[in-house]
Design a protein around this ligand. Structure first.
Ligand code: GLN
Length: 247
């Protein structure tokens, strides 16, 4: 039986808008295909995780206060996290975690939270607290050459710049900045995005992309995932795309 090992970082601090749902969606779609899923958690001040031993690492979004606490804890693992990224472990990073993998996050008061500097982008919050990128979002993305519309919800003050490889083109909503045409950051083994908790449940294509990537890397062979009955997921997506884009 095949197995996927997932590490969920700071589940009690980085879990805005049900980010945890991403773990549930991965587990659900993997288990439907008889793939065993092991989920480990790392909490603030906990024992050092062996990042490289995981197939998928997930971290969600959090308010600035939580982000600062988590950043300090994460910083001690900077080299090990970098190593895991280089080795091809899959990272799914939402909002606050997306920001922490860049150079720095500058908060509303001008306070700087240093990032892990794994990627070149940086994030600065707009000094006016009332100005945030909030609402439903749809982006046009590509997964293994296949076009897909990613549907979700964003809520961030941070404006992320110098992103050299975005997750997708914004069709509705804001994305990396207020005026952005691009959302998130993506390379083969990293998706970093402002799209919150509903990401993987609303977008089964992304969930399957991650599961397939993780299995192919682990077992060193091409894997074709057995199709699932996505009637409800497709109906939900049709409704949302109709509402948001008039399709
Ligand atoms: N503090 C960050 C911001 O507002 C992240 C918020 C979040 O994770 N939703 O930009």
């Amino acid at each position: 039986m095949r197995e996927i090992k997932i590490l969920y970082l700071y589940p009690d601090m980085l879990n805005l808008y049900g980010d945890r749902g991403n773990i549930q969606a991965l587990k659900y779609r993997a288990e439907k295909r008889n793939i065993t899923v092991q989920i480990d958690h790392h909490y603030l001040g906990g024992q050092a995780p062996d990042f490289s031993s995981y197939d998928i690492i997930f971290a969600g979004g959090g308010a600035d206060k939580e982000q600062a606490l988590v950043a300090t804890d994460m910083m001690q693992y900077k080299e090990n996290i970098q190593k895991a990224v280089n080795e091809g472990v899959f990272f799914l990073l939402v909002c606050g975690s997306y920001q922490l993998f860049g150079k720095y996050y500058k908060g509303v008061e001008g306070d700087i939270i240093p990032g892990l500097e794994i990627f070149d982008f940086y994030t600065e919050a707009i000094p006016d607290r009332t100005k945030r990128c909030i609402g439903n979002i749809v982006i046009q993305a590509e997964l293994n050459g296949k076009a897909t519309k990613v549907i979700g919800y964003e809520n961030h003050g941070g404006q992320t710049r110098d992103v050299n490889n975005s997750f997708g083109k914004v069709l509705l909503g804001h994305g990396n900045t207020f005026e952005a045409t691009d959302e998130g950051f993506m390379i083969k083994n990293v998706i970093a995005t402002y799209i919150h908790g509903t990401l993987l449940s609303k977008n089964p294509d992304i969930t399957d992309y991650i599961i397939q990537y993780a299995l192919e890397r682990k077992y060193g062979e091409e894997i074709e995932l057995e199709p699932l009955d996505d009637t409800f997921e497709e109906k939900c997506r049709e409704q949302l795309l109709h509402r948001f884009l008039g399709e």
